[in-house]
Design a binder for this molecule. Structure first.
Ligand code: 5AD
Ligand code: SF4
Length: 439
């Protein structure tokens, strides 16, 4: 029998790309491809790209420069660009980089197998359509068993919010929610394949409003409550959310739905009302803090995460101080912070940014504060009992690693299996994980 062809996918960016990469690998699996971890032995390389911050396309071109010699070693090697850079700059990539054989956008990758066939026949192929058909309906069935006891499930794509700095509404397009019945079917299938924790994904996941079997529309809270009815599914998470879409039912679900984990990634971007307005966020810092109070009233131990941008055009020292005050008021368990980067085509790109050295200094101060809060949150876990879903063996012999309800990585030494949920007492903390003992 002929050797199967090998596919190497390099994934950049968010969890939605991680999910898309898995589905692309499965689609190519139906074409006889197996995945490999080494670019050197691949017959097809896909770069699943991210466009959210600066130098996205530069990164792609320099990666292509590194990959180009592989084509001399293996004349049958084909190289493709997928993801949001493909969507935004696909035609230019085709022009500038002859080494690229195919470009496929995030809404059309179910057509990859047909594109691969064209490419094997010597053509170059570009597809960045937003097709009328639902790509999820045209992807192969997922393999069994699942690779891990945790899985991502995309429920919503695109964004209608148009934050002034963000390319997502342009690269991923308008908000689309998948029908609830399809999501329930996919979730049941994941559980039958051994998955115990599902993270619902969407660029603006809490704006979910999917068609239900009864002809009505479900919001995210209703979807979560229905998913919680699935036997064998132990944990539900969702990401990423916008503060303005945290409705009453979703806040309540954090209190009354036992399978919904006490962790929420809720980006606010800035603590200054002036900057929030300039960002077109359509909420104030006080609105956000009130929301956090309501979430904590529903679920007192909820661990909060966020995203921040420093150096947005017009940001003054006072605006930045307001961001620090908000961070102190919330107390994040962990958070991400970025230096603003002008993205072509977005409204903010027209405005003058703050000097780089100022933005760099602010980023350092903010990151130090967020790191300190993360450390305090982790320290406070020591001595507490958590439940851990074990995902894989750890680095040391006899060690197993999993995630607590709060999404902390926890490692223990002892007899537990992958996929098992066990009670653990936290005994110590490291920079990005916790140590524990099985109870
Ligand atoms: N510059 C810097 N950070 C950005 N983000 C999105 N667009 C930009 C940009 N132009 C950040 C936001 C968002 C996260 C995914 O990336 O904080 O929440
Ligand atoms: Fe981008 Fe999120 Fe704003 Fe949508 S809500 S425009 S994805 S930052």
């Amino acid at each position: 029998m002929a050797e199967p062809k090998k596919l190497f996918i390099k994934t950049y960016g968010c969890q939605m790309n991680v999910y898309d990469s898995e589905r692309m690998a499965e689609a190519m699996g139906a074409q006889g491809y197996v995945t490999t971890e080494t670019a050197e032995e691949a017959d097809m390389i896909l770069l699943n790209t991210c466009h959210i911050r600066e130098k996205a396309s530069e990164k792609v071109y320099s990666e292509l420069g590194r990959l180009k010699p592989l084509k001399t070693l293996n004349p049958d090697l084909k190289i493709g660009i997928a993801g949001c850079v493909a969507q935004a700059e696909g035609e230019e990539i085709m022009r500038r980089a002859p080494v690229v054989d195919l470009v496929v956008g995030p809404q059309s990758y179910h057509r990859l197998p047909a594109m691969e066939a064209r490419v094997r026949a010597g053509e170059r192929a570009l597809d960045t359509d937003f097709p009328a058909e639902d790509k999820f309906e045209h992807l192969p069935k997922r393999p069994r068993p699942n690779r891990a006891p945790t899985a991502f499930l995309t429920v919503q794509e695109g964004c209608d919010k148009f934050c002034a700095f963000c390319v997502v509404p342009y690269t991923r397009g308008a908000e689309v929610s998948r029908p609830a019945t399809r999501i329930l079917t996919e979730a049941r299938d994941l559980v039958e394949r051994g998955v115990r924790e599902i993270t619902l994904l969407g660029q603006n996941v809490n704006a979910y409003h999917g068609e239900a079997a009864d002809g009505g529309t479900w919001g995210l809270a209703r979807l979560i409550r229905e998913l919680a009815e699935i036997d064998g599914l132990a944990r539900i998470r969702f990401t990423t959310s916008h503060p303005n879409d945290m409705d009453d039912d979703l806040i309540a679900a954090h209190g009354d739905c036992g399978k919904l984990m006490p962790y929420l990634h809720l980006p606010v971007q800035s603590g200054s009302d002036r900057i929030l307005k300039a960002m077109n966020r359509k909420h104030t810092a006080a609105d956000y803090l009130r929301l956090i109070d309501r979430l904590r009233a529903a679920r007192p131990d909820i661990l909060l995460s966020g995203d921040f941008i420093v150096g947005f055009p017009g940001e003054t020292d006072q605006d930045f101080e307001d961001t620090l005050s908000l961070v102190r008021a919330v107390g994040y368990g962990q958070a991400y912070s970025f230096k603003y980067s002008a993205r072509p085509g977005t409204p903010a790109a027209e405005r003058a940014g703050v000097p780089t050295d100022v933005a760099d200094a602010r980023l350092q101060v903010l990151q130090a504060l967020l790191t300190q809060q993360q450390r305090e949150t982790q320290d406070a876990m020591v001595g507490r009992e958590v439940s851990v879903l074990f995902e894989k063996p750890g680095r040391l012999p006899g060690q197993m690693v999993g995630k607590s309800e709060y999404l902390h990585a926890v490692h223990v030494t002892g007899e537990v299996a992958v996929g098992q949920i066990a009670r653990v007492r936290i005994t110590g903390t490291a920079p990005n994980s916790l140590a524990g003992a099985l109870i």
